[in-house]
Design a protein around this ligand. Structure first.
Ligand code: GLU
Ligand code: ZN
Length: 316
């Protein structure tokens, strides 16, 4: 799938301060639908470095958490979670707190769904994807007042906020597709699975995440996430989206197009490539260094302003 391409204007030139009493808390949140590839390494490294290079008034660097987003069993690849964790370790990306598995959070997601329903902020919908597609691809709120039964139906959020623009740490002012951002989107699926938007916002709140650094493939979902944060009445984190690594034909790296899994037995070259991809210009001699030396260099030299502001970069 080709990633969407929201417009952008200028980039902010000031670092934003950390307003949270918990200090900087970042996270990397892979889905175990496959192994880490170069694109996911870039997102992991960027979120790690941004956390570790941010020092608060007490002299503490940011915390970096890992969350396994395993809420879609049919798409899960056996053993991927532990492979991902081993790979992060091998690349020197050590997390600060216990790994959170979304599959353990069902009870809490259910409570959030019940709260939203009780406040009349959601409704059941029986429209099929095909039906929505025929009507132009944007859901028009057909079932909002129809009081559909809950059996075999999805749950949609009443999207009163319709937030479609935000300031991104790397991309500056981002304008998302407004009608898509205003849609009543699905928060619980017909097949009884929790939707990504619900789980991700729930857990970013649950883990007191202050900064979400990830790839530009998630620019559009950010608008929805901001609406959900607002609906819940919770302060949203700051978002920073780094360029997405794409194939020379313009497609996102994925298992399907044979993006090579990263080699955890020989991490140095890939780490340097990822730093270079992020515009950080590591010296060539660093190739002789250990993983920890490369990571230490990365933290010391991390500069948000050097990260390219393009949304995609082809790797050949
Ligand atoms: N689990 C999502 C993915 O692997 C990323 C979630 C996020 O960073 O918000 O694409
Ligand atoms: Zn409907």
């Amino acid at each position: 799938m080709k990633p969407s391409d929201p417009q952008k204007k200028t980039r902010p030139n000031k670092r934003s301060s950390i307003a949270s009493p918990h200090g900087y808390r970042g996270r990397f949140a892979p889905s175990p639908s496959g192994l880490l590839h170069f694109g996911s390494l870039v997102a992991a490294l960027a979120s790690f470095l941004d956390a570790k290079a941010t020092i608060d008034a007490q002299g503490n660097s940011g915390k970096w958490l890992v969350r396994i987003e395993d809420i879609d069993p049919p798409r899960e690849q056996l053993g991927a979670s532990s492979e991902i964790l081993h790979a992060l370790d091998a690349f020197g990306l050590h997390w600060d707190e216990e790994v959170l598995y979304q599959s353990q959070q069902s009870q809490s997601y259910r409570e959030l769904l019940a709260d939203l329903q009780q406040q009349h902020l959601s409704y059941h919908c029986q429209c099929t994807r095909a039906a929505v597609k025929t009507l132009g691809g944007i859901y028009q709120g057909h079932c909002r007042d129809l009081n559909q039964p809950k059996e075999n139906n999805a749950i949609r959020l009443i999207n009163q906020q319709g937030i479609y623009q935000f300031t991104d740490i790397f991309q500056g002012q981002v304008l998302c597709n407004q009608s898509l951002a205003e849609e009543d989107f699905i928060i619980h699926r017909k097949d009884d699975l929790f939707a990504y938007q619900l789980a991700v916002v729930h857990d970013d709140i649950f883990q007191n995440i202050t900064h979400v650094i990830r790839g530009c493939d998630l620019l559009e979902p950010t608008a929805r996430q901001l609406s959900l944060f607002n609906t819940i009445g919770s302060q949203a984190p700051q978002y920073g989206h780094v360029p997405l690594a794409i194939t020379e034909h313009g497609y996102k790296l994925s298992k399907q197009n044979k993006a090579t899994a990263i080699n955890k037995h020989h991490p140095q070259p890939m780490l340097l490539l990822a730093l270079t991809f992020l515009g950080q210009k590591p010296p060539k001699s660093l190739i002789q260094g250990s993983v920890d030396e490369i990571i230490t260099w990365g933290i010391r030299h991390w500069s948000r302003h050097k990260v390219p502001t393009t949304q995609q970069i082809a790797i050949t």
